[in-house]
Ligand binder design. Structure first.
Ligand SMILES: [Mg+2]
Length: 272
């Protein structure tokens, strides 16, 4: 028997989909569960009904201990570096490189060095303007973090972006840990360089493993969520991977797919 989570409270939709795939319907407090004898084609159902629908994965949610999220375009609405570049009138150039890197079409570290170099000379006041004027937590993000706290799950954000944003975001929404790249600054201007090691795909995976070790959590009790190619390595280490409005490579890899709803549809999986 396969259990399918329909991330919706629409009774009519539950009936319609259950009839289509010959499944029985179980109503839960926040969603429906469909029980089918065979594997239903979820991609087709997602496209047809424009709703999030996932198999209940073989992951013990009651033992989850760590939640690690990518930041840009996952936990928040923007790619910070593209918005910083906008203040230098270089957004199209930088965004084009970001897009290629997130699709997995180029080496992440090389792409970061190239993009940060374009920011040389910018007044650091733009960082605050990006945070205050453009950065928003994606739908359901704060509700999800609050929920995870009630489950005593440690929360972290890790980013190929910058510490200026991860630190501020962690403080604002109550994340336990954050890690990202540090922009080098001289005389209140960006030097166009990154200080210290680059947080690439491997460094993201290492951060997840490091937090597991610190809290004596097994990696298979960790959840990783992201949208870009540089999230795949940490997803491979975690016991559960979640694609949030993700690039094709991530969609294909992840255990759970969120394309329509908010981040807090993750709560559905925790119900007994
Ligand atoms: Mg991202």
């Amino acid at each position: 028997m396969n259990t399918i989570i329909l991330h919706s409270q629409d009774q009519q939709l539950a009936t319609q989909i259950s009839e289509k795939i010959a499944a029985s319907v179980e109503e839960k407090s926040t969603h429906f569960r469909l029980h089918a004898d065979y594997s239903a084609p979820l991609d087709d159902l997602r496209d047809e009904f424009r709703v999030d629908i996932n198999y209940l994965p073989a992951f013990d949610f009651s033992k989850a201990g760590l939640f690690v999220s990518d930041m840009d375009s996952t936990l928040i609405n923007i790619e910070c570096i593209d918005e910083i570049a906008d203040f230098a009138h270089l957004k199209p150039q930088v965004a084009e490189i970001t897009e290629r890197a997130m699709q997995g079409g180029m080496d992440f570290s090389a792409s970061l060095i190239e993009r940060v170099a374009l920011l040389q000379g910018l007044d650091i006041a733009v960082l605050s303007r990006v945070y205050v004027e453009r950065l928003k937590v994606n739908k359901g993000g704060e509700a999800l973090i609050q929920f995870l706290k009630t489950q005593h799950i440690k929360t972290a954000v890790v980013s190929g972006g910058f510490t200026y944003f991860t630190q501020r975001l962690a403080q604002d929404i109550g994340l336990d840990y954050n890690r990202a790249n540090t922009l080098a600054i001289e005389d209140n201007r960006l030097t166009g360089k990154v200080k210290g090691g680059i947080i690439d795909a491997t460094a993201k995976a290492e951060f997840l493993a490091e937090l597991c070790a610190k809290h004596q959590i097994l990696p298979h009790q960790a959840i990783a969520i992201g949208d870009g190619a540089n999230d795949l390595e940490m997803m491979a280490v975690a016991g559960l991977s979640v694609a949030y409005r993700a690039k094709p490579a991530v969609l294909e890899y992840a255990d759970i797919v969120i394309n329509y709803g908010g981040l807090d549809i993750m709560v559905d999986f925790f119900e007994e």
